[in-house]
Design a protein around this ligand. Structure first.
Ligand SMILES: [Fe+2]
Ligand SMILES: [Fe+2]
Length: 318
């Protein structure tokens, strides 16, 4: 059918699909800009899931009990699964997975800047679940309605698992807050270090986010960065109160006129510095990923050889 349609017809069909709030599927014609934007977004998301395994993976061997170790292992394994669905979703748009990995390990494609911060004590595991997975949920729930079908469907399952991540983090922190004075100090210290980077996860302010308008028009994005950041702050402040920790922002207060919490200015210079590669752990994260990729080369070769062998066997039998 596509062969008989001219480019303006295809474009009208694409625009119509978006306008009806229906999903774009892998075989549908899409404008080149949509394809590129979607591949970039999905790839960056996939890379974030995979790199995001490192800060917490760092604590698996040092988890304080078998229960905590089992929970943490399950969580880190979920993140690997998220990365895999997402690379598959990018492949449906014609991206090559090996090429995406190559771009990640050579620093040509980005991942969320949050994973360039170190995890210094075990409370960091709880705070990452609470704040980082919490912010990821705010970002990702609207993406379950992304116009690109495979991405939207992957996001439904991912969000279910993210909500487990958020709860396990909060439960860990609740337990520590009921413990010793030193444990409470660890939770406060981790909260102090992760709060501002979590707010940066929503990306630059709307005024500095030139691609937002096009992404909203294509229904790739459903809310602006600032809207999602505000939603996260409003959701998190009562959770901090219930937990008994102080969020490190003296300007944080309820604004009855706006019906939202006001909060202080984010240090965008730090955000840009970390994003450009000069954060505390950027080099370490990418080097670790590159080494893991190189060490896994023999597994990929063996899997490809095995697949070729079974294909030959099937052909012979046929
Ligand atoms: Fe995830
Ligand atoms: Fe997660």
């Amino acid at each position: 059918m596509t062969a008989t349609l001219s480019e303006p017809d295809l474009e009208r069909h694409f625009e119509g699909t978006i306008a009806r709030d229906a999903r774009i599927e892998p075989r549908d014609w899409v404008p080149e800009g949509y394809r590129k934007t979607m591949i970039r977004q999905i790839a960056q998301h996939a890379h974030s899931e995979i790199i995001g395994m490192q800060p917490e993976g760092n604590w698996i061997t040092r988890a304080p009990s078998l229960r905590r170790k089992a929970i943490l292992l399950a969580k880190v394994q979920d993140e690997a699964g998220h990365g895999l669905y997402l690379y598959s979703a990018a492949e449906t748009l014609g991206a090559d997975r090996a090429e995406l990995t190559e771009k990640l390990v050579t620093g040509r494609q980005k991942y969320s800047s949050i994973f360039n911060y170190p995890t210094l004590n075990f409370a960091d595991v709880g705070v990452i679940g609470w704040l980082v997975d919490g912010a990821a949920i705010c970002n990702q729930v609207p993406l379950c309605r992304s116009s690109y079908g495979p991405y939207a469907r992957a996001m439904i399952r991912i969000c279910k698992e993210e909500s487990f991540h958020q709860r396990q983090g909060y439960e860990l922190l609740m337990t520590m807050m009921k413990g010793t004075e030193q444990q409470r100090r660890m939770v406060q210290d981790a909260t102090d270090r992760w709060w501002w980077p979590s707010l940066m996860m929503f990306g630059p302010p709307d005024a500095d986010s030139p691609n937002t308008a096009q992404s909203m028009a294509w229904k790739i994005k459903r809310h602006t960065n600032d809207e999602l950041r505000q939603r996260f702050v409003d959701m998190t402040v009562p959770q901090a109160e219930a937990l008994g920790v102080t969020l490190p922002d003296p300007e944080l207060r309820w604004n009855p006129e706006r019906g939202h919490y006001d909060f202080g200015e984010i240090d965008w210079t730090e955000f840009k510095r970390v994003l450009s590669g000069a954060g505390p752990c950027n080099a370490e994260r990418v080097a670790h990923r590159r080494a893991a990729h190189e060490n896994g080369a023999w597994v990929r070769e063996a899997a490809a050889a095995h697949a070729a062998k079974s294909r030959r066997g099937r052909e012979k039998a046929a």
